[in-house]
Every structure is written in structure tokens, then in C-alpha cells.
Design a protein around this ligand. Structure first.
Ligand SMILES: NC(=O)c1ccc[n+]([C@@H]2O[C@H](COP(=O)([O-])OP(=O)(O)OC[C@H]3O[C@@H](n4cnc5c(N)ncnc54)[C@H](O)[C@@H]3O)[C@@H](O)[C@H]2O)c1
Length: 254
């Protein structure tokens, strides 16, 4: 799909891989709408790409419905959705202080899994108004973001890995359901990417994580995610699959 003049929506767009995606899409000529909870950082990110900043909570039905209406009114219905909003809150299922509070688990599922589903369902429904493009009848593309934690969950990642496993499992179902609409659904499962989510760890932790990557032996860059997102948009045969973007890392228990 040619991105020149196309409306694109990116969630979690104020930071990390979401922000890198907005830069890549805008660089390809797209009109970019940015969703994030962090209104201040969102405005800064939107200014960089002359995009439309709409502060919203991806896990709230009302919040996303209102935000999406604004996008449709101001720049047209998105043909591309890149779902990057997420939280990485950690906690053992049972620790010295007792069982993980259920609300801690619920919060991560709410943002990562339900938030991804929420934006996808509303945007896909809106995409039905778009014309199908020649030659294959593509209407739109949805790119979700899982994690290698969906497969190799670390100690303390119960909620996070469960939320990302849900996104992995959703991919084929959504692609099959949306096939008759001409909407493709793909998921990227990043490994260790140098974004604020990871750069908050002490340097020695970052170094030890990077040393676990077989090749290249370094943290990934948010731009590498954005480049894969651009390729997924361009390559129409990619559908219903999860791509690990991880330098072959298979996280070991620790
Ligand atoms: N960084 C990594 O190593 C890594 C690895 C695997 C997967 N991921 C996933 O990639 C995605 C992007 O992560 P990142 O590393 O760029 O993180 P990041 O923290 O830099 O960006 C995430 C953004 O999501 C926003 N957000 C959080 N909750 C939200 C909500 N309820 N509504 C709207 N926006 C919300 C945050 O404000 C933030 O701007 C996340 O889903 C994350 O789980 C990250």
C-alpha cells in the first residue's frame, strides 16, 4: 500500500516504537494521528511529524470512540493502525508480600490486551467505509505489538506475558474475520528494544540483557520496529502472522 496522503493511526505514539513509527509513516508521506495517555509528550511527538495529537486511554471504549471520531473528522478514516500502547509493570504471582494484587494483573491486561483489541475493533469497523484498493481489494492494515514475553515469559512477567500471549492468539482470528473486509492483521513481537520502557533499567541490567542476544549483540532500535511496520504495510501477502523482531533471542529463566 502506498502511504502518500493516507491516514495512519499510531497508539502509544508519544514514546519508543510508537513514536518511531509515526516518524517513519510521516516520512513516507502519511497523515499521522497519534494516540497516547501522556498528553504533553504526545503533543511534542505530534509537532515533530505535523500530526494530529489526540490524548486518550486505549483501554476505554468511550475515550477511543471520541478520539477516533476526531481523527476521521480531521484527517479521514485511518487505513493503517499501528497499536504500540503498552505497559510493562512487573510483579511475581506470589512474593514475600503475598499474592499479586488482582488489580495489578488486571491493569496490564486492560492496557495491553484489551486496549489493543479495543482500538482494533473500532478502527476496523470504521475502515469498512473506505474503498477497496486495486489490485487485491485491500482496505486496511492493522499492526499489533506483542513481545517475545508471549513465548519466553520471565519471572515477574505473568501479567505482561499473558497480555502479549493474548495479542499473539488474537492475530490469526482477527485476520480470518477481517479477510472478507480486505483488512490484514499482523503482529510484531519485539525482543529487547532500547526505548524508555527498557532504558529505565540500570545500565548493568541493560548490558546483561543485550549480551543474551545471539546476533546482533545489542539492544534493538525503535527504528528497526518502524522499518518492519513499513514493510508489513507494503507487502500484501503478510497476514495473520506474528513476526519476532529479536536478533534470535530466546529469554532464559532468571
Ligand atoms: N521496549 C521493549 O523492549 C519491548 C519489547 C517487547 C514489546 N514491547 C512492547 O512494545 C510496545 C511499545 O513499547 P515501547 O518500548 O515503545 O514503550 P514506551 O513506554 O516507550 O511507550 C509506550 C507508550 O504507551 C503509552 N500508553 C501506556 N498506557 C496507555 C494507555 N492506556 N492509553 C494510551 N497510551 C498508553 C505510554 O504513555 C507510552 O507513551 C508496548 O506494547 C510494549 O509492551 C516493548
Amino acid at each position: 500500500m502506498e502511504l502518500q496522503g493516507v491516514s495512519v493511526l499510531v497508539t502509544g505514539a508519544a514514546s519508543g516504537m510508537g513514536k518511531a513509527s509515526t516518524l517513519a509513516m510521516a516520512g513516507a508521506g502519511a497523515k499521522v494521528a497519534l494516540f497516547d495517555l501522556n498528553a504533553q509528550a504526545l503533543q511534542t511527538a505530534a509537532t515533530e511529524v505535523s500530526g494530529l495529537a489526540v490524548a486518550c486511554d486505549v483501554s476505554s471504549s468511550d475515550s477511543v470512540e471520541v478520539a477516533l471520531q476526531q481523527v476521521i473528522a480531521e484527517q479521514g478514516c485511518p487505513r493503517v493502525l499501528v497499536n504500540c500502547a503498552g505497559v510493562g509493570t512487573a510483579g511475581r504471582i506470589v512474593s514475600r508480600s503475598g499474592p499479586l494484587p488482582l488489580d495489578d494483573f488486571r491493569k496490564v491486561i486492560e492496557v495491553n490486551l484489551i486496549g489493543t483489541f479495543n482500538v482494533m475493533r473500532l478502527v476496523a469497523a470504521a475502515m469498512l467505509e473506505l474503498s477497496a484498493l486495486e489490485p487485491d481489494g485491500v482496505r486496511g492494515v492493522v499492526i499489533n505489538t506483542a513481545s517475545v514475553a508471549a513465548y519466553d515469559g520471565q519471572i515477574g512477567q505473568a501479567a505482561y506475558s499473558a497480555s502479549k500471549g493474548g495479542i499473539v492468539s488474537l492475530t490469526l482470528t482477527a485476520a480470518r474475520e477481517f479477510a472478507s473486509f480486505g483488512i490484514r492483521v499482523m503482529t510484531i513481537a519485539p525482543g529487547l528494544i532500547a526505548t524508555p520502557m527498557l532504558l529505565g533499567f540500570p545500565q548493568e541490567v541493560q548490558d546483561s540483557l543485550a549480551a543474551q542476544v545471539p546476533f546482533p549483540k545489542r539492544l534493538g532500535q525503535a527504528e528497526e520496529y518502524a522499518r518492519l511496520a513499513l514493510h508489513i504495510i507494503d507487502n500484501e501477502l503478510l497476514n495473520g502472522e506474528v513476526i519476532r523482531l529479536d536478533g534470535a533471542i530466546r529469554m532464559q529463566p532468571r
